[in-house]
Design a protein around this ligand. Structure first.
Ligand code: SAH
Length: 346
């Protein structure tokens, strides 16, 4: 019965080796199959051409290979590609390929939907929620890597965990996926080219520091004033800025890696001098960089991008305080692939 079969990709390499030994085969067979599953992304046992027919049948009888399917793919005028990806249980997540002249970046999802409730984000409206498995995260990267080679003649260079979901609420699976992505037995990418973006879960930021992770950290701050952040990111009431700041100081003390703050300036919400002053103060706790990101409207009118003068004020004051700041334009807006738009209309 297919339902009773186990997903073979849930097994570690060691478990696969042990399985073959129990079956009276060589442990080495486990290495071969593992390579097919991860490095070569085989979707069927029949793809495994250096494995005997009998062994392939035996695997077929015992296991399934769960894998994602790119359900629909949309290409934007600016070269951005958005994949709606179907998981083995029929649920959909989205991932995006963002090309620039010097790099191609995959923006991947870590959860179906999101348990947080950021008022400006389309993903927050999805009801259904589950964590993605490590292989479901890994497969999104493999799919984008293929598209990068196909459309831009170069492999993927960077990965950002800025798709659907809160990566630190699915920490173990995200870590396992990153292990596969960075392993020579997977994609062999450098962890320095991976950014995990979080709304700020203090306990998990400390755990990342303790685990001595090698990837980079971005925090979606959007306000350094509790009363403001409480209204736009309600979980801030549970994890107030004081706790976030303390966790970030801990992160920096342990890793010596600077922190990037993602920050949208909205009209009438965080566009005043006091908002910038609070941000400058917050940035002084650990070396940091601020990305001022453009707001991508989701259907309601509650949030509007701030006036250019407000963005200029932020930029000038941050720079005057020796804080690196970049102003980012959005990509892929025409296909709802920009930050916070994933799940819009789909
Ligand atoms: N949960 C993680 C990652 C997903 S969101 C996090 O919060 O960081 C990825 C980024 O998009 C975050 O910085 C988020 O604040 C931002 N974002 C969400 N909605 C947006 C919108 N409508 N316009 C612009 N940025 C948005």
């Amino acid at each position: 019965m297919a339902e009773n079969k186990k997903d073979i990709r849930a097994l570690t390499k060691e478990q696969l080796r042990e399985f073959f030994v129990r079956e009276g085969d060589k442990a080495f067979r486990g290495n071969q199959v593992y390579e097919w599953l991860w490095q070569k992304s085989a979707h069927t046992f029949d793809d495994m051409t250096n494995i005997s027919k009998n062994t392939r049948q035996m695997l077929e009888d015992n296991f399934v290979i769960n894998h994602i399917e790119v359900d629909t793919m949309q290409r934007s005028n600016d070269g951005t590609v958005k994949n709606a990806v179907r998981l083995h249980d029929g649920l959909i997540v989205e991932s995006v390929l963002i090309p620039t002249s010097s790099r191609t970046t995959a923006c991947v999802s870590s959860q179906v939907g999101c348990s947080l409730d950021c008022k400006f984000c389309a993903t927050a409206r999805l009801k259904r929620m589950r964590n993605l498995n490590p292989d479901e995260i890994y497969d999104q990267v493999v799919a984008i890597d293929k598209e990068s080679k196909l459309y831009h003649n170069r492999p993927l260079s960077n990965i950002v965990f800025m798709g659907m979901g809160e990566p630190l609420m699915n920490y173990n699976n995200v870590i396992k996926a990153i292990e596969k992505i960075t392993s020579p037995e997977g994609l062999g990418m450098s962890p320095r080219r991976i950014v995990v973006s979080t709304s700020g879960v203090p306990k998990m930021i400390k755990k990342m520091a303790d685990d001595e992770v090698k990837f980079k950290l971005a925090v979606s701050l959007h306000s350094a004033i509790d009363e403001v952040r409480d209204t736009i990111m309600p979980f801030n009431k549970t994890f107030p800025l004081k706790d976030l700041r303390e966790a970030l100081e801990y992160w920096y003390a342990k890793t010596k890696n600077r922190i990037t703050y993602e920050y949208v300036v909205w009209d009438g919400i965080n566009d005043k001098r006091k908002d910038v002053d609070a941000l400058v103060k917050f940035c002084k706790f650990a070396p940091s960089k601020v990305n001022l990101i453009e707001y991508n409207p989701i259907d309601n009118g509650a949030f509007q991008q701030a006036k250019p003068e407000a963005i200029d004020m932020y930029q000038n004051i941050l720079e005057a305080n020796n804080i690196t700041v970049t102003v980012r334009r959005s990509r892929g807006k025409d296909i709802d692939a920009a930050c916070g738009q994933l799940a819009n209309k789909s």
